[in-house]
Design a protein around this ligand. Structure first.
Ligand SMILES: Cc1cc2nc3c(=O)[nH]c(=O)nc-3n(C[C@H](O)[C@H](O)[C@H](O)COP(=O)(O)OP(=O)(O)OC[C@H]3O[C@@H](n4cnc5c(N)ncnc54)[C@H](O)[C@@H]3O)c2cc1C
Length: 413
């Protein structure tokens, strides 16, 4: 029910079939074949290269790349809705893989808008030619990530990472942490303070930084609770010099990043939904198969109640998500409230769905080799992706009551 085709155009329906085939024939079998693989402490061995190669063959890496550079053109009137549908399908297979690909889409959109023609031609050609090529978006630092999301727009909360113009280069110094794809990306978008006298909204710039730039060092892969097929990393920049044309947005980089922050919230919500659908499908199969008290679990009233509750929560998430994705595509005034609501609501509801899933599996729910516990771990990660639940609520309050919400909600909507 939740992936109801009646809301899809012919283009979206065809894409859904392609993604579903990829997820059901490549991703789910890969995960099921070795449930301990995600715990391999060598991050480069966790996700086999053929998963990204097959994603590439299915056209899933070209999303977000401008058509003139070989990208897949999507109808702009429904672009966020289409990406949401695709991301949910991928997350139904694995949320870490969805994270990997979604970061690439978001950054492709950003480059398409702000990078020079020459840099786009160079990097999109390489990106499309190399399936393992990943991109990362480096905002978070050891201090003050929530302050940046609100934002608390005062000089005291400016980023510690700094970039300084020296001749024909920008020289970056600082440290970024918790970065999706940070461990194995080829290309980074890095946010840094360029004017200490201005608050964050006017003194932060963004830069394109290739991985092989001297002074860029990937210092660790973070071992995470869930989403473990995406390698989250920490990166330091020590006198890391990029040519002047690698400046993407000067001063107002955070405001301009809105072109992917809004669809980004929808994509976090869809990743939650996909995890929930996967857990629901596995649980429905389980309760029809497992027998207790002489009959399948589904014939026990308390079990049926729980399954109905899972389905209800997923339907509600899917409905709000469709609404929020439409708000992005059509530029509704309520877009900030709706995208944050969708992200928070989806994350919380899907954690509840996955808890039911784990409980309905009984003792097997705790066993790594069965794998339903993975859904709960993956779902928990989305509670704070793209801003914590608390910060997202403040943004909802600010969007609803721009004049009267207190200073806790930051100055922006
Ligand atoms: C798996 C994963 C992937 C990530 N990927 C990326 C990425 O690709 N790029 C990137 O830049 N970052 C990324 N992040 C970072 C993520 O955006 C931050 O972790 C998140 O925004 C929270 O920031 P923090 O960890 O500094 O927590 P804090 O800001 O220290 O928050 C700690 C707690 O305090 C609460 N809190 C903070 N400030 C306030 C306030 N003013 N009022 C009330 N409560 C408050 C928070 O809600 C939270 O409960 C990722 C994180 C994870 C775990």
């Amino acid at each position: 029910m939740v992936a109801d085709a009646r809301y899809l155009s012919d283009e979206q329906r065809a894409m859904r079939e392609t993604v579903r085939r990829y997820v059901d024939t490549v991703v789910r079998p890969f995960i099921a074949a070795d449930r301990l693989r995600e715990w391999d402490m060598d991050p480069s061995r966790r996700l086999a290269p053929h998963l990204l190669e097959e994603a590439d063959a299915a056209g899933l890496r070209a999303l977000g790349v401008p058509e003139r550079f070989g990208g897949l053109a999507l109808d702009p009137a429904t672009q966020s809705q289409t990406l949401a549908m695709v991301a949910a399908e991928i997350a139904r297979g694995d949320s870490g893989l969805a994270d990997k690909l979604v970061q690439n889409w978001k950054i492709s959109v950003l480059l398409g808008r702000f990078a020079t023609e020459e840099l786009q031609a160079h990097w999109f050609a390489r990106y499309l030619a190399e399936p393992p090529f990943l991109m990362a978006h480096c905002l978070t630092e050891p201090r003050g990530a929530s302050d940046r999301w609100l934002p608390y727009d005062v000089v005291a909360t400016n980023m510690d990472t700094r970039a300084e113009r020296r001749g024909d280069t920008w020289v970056i110094n600082g440290r970024k942490q918790f970065i999706s794809n940070g461990y194995d990306a080829t290309l980074y978008v890095v946010y840094a303070t360029t004017d200490d006298d201005q608050p964050m909204s006017r003194g932060t710039s963004s830069f394109l930084v290739p991985r092989d730039t001297p002074g860029l060092e990937v210092t660790r892969c973070n071992e995470t609770l869930g989403g473990r097929f995406m390698n989250n990393g920490e990166i330091t920049f020590t006198d890391c010099a990029v040519p002047a044309d690698h400046l993407l947005v000067e001063g107002v980089a955070l405001a301009q990043a809105g072109i992917y922050f809004r669809p980004g919230k929808v994509l976090v919500a869809t990743k939650s939904l996909g995890i929930g659908i996967g857990a629901y499908e596995d649980t429905v199969a389980w309760v029809h198969d497992r027998v207790q008290g002489g009959r399948p679990l589904i014939e026990h009233q308390a079990v049926a109640w729980r399954v109905a509750d899972m389905a209800t929560r997923l339907e509600a998430v899917a409905a709000l998500l469709r609404h929020a994705a439409r708000a992005v595509d059509e530029g509704w005034p309520e877009v900030d409230a709706l995208t944050n609501m969708a992200k928070v609501f989806a994350a919380r509801e899907v954690v509840a769905v996955c808890q039911h899933a784990v409980e309905l599996h009984g003792g097997y729910g705790a066993m790594l080799e069965v794998g339903i516990e993975k859904a709960l771990r993956d779902a928990l990660i989305n509670l704070h992706s793209d801003g914590t639940t608390d910060i997202s609520h403040f943004k909802v309050a600010k969007a609803l009551f721009p004049a009267t919400a207190g200073p806790y909600a930051g100055p922006g909507g």
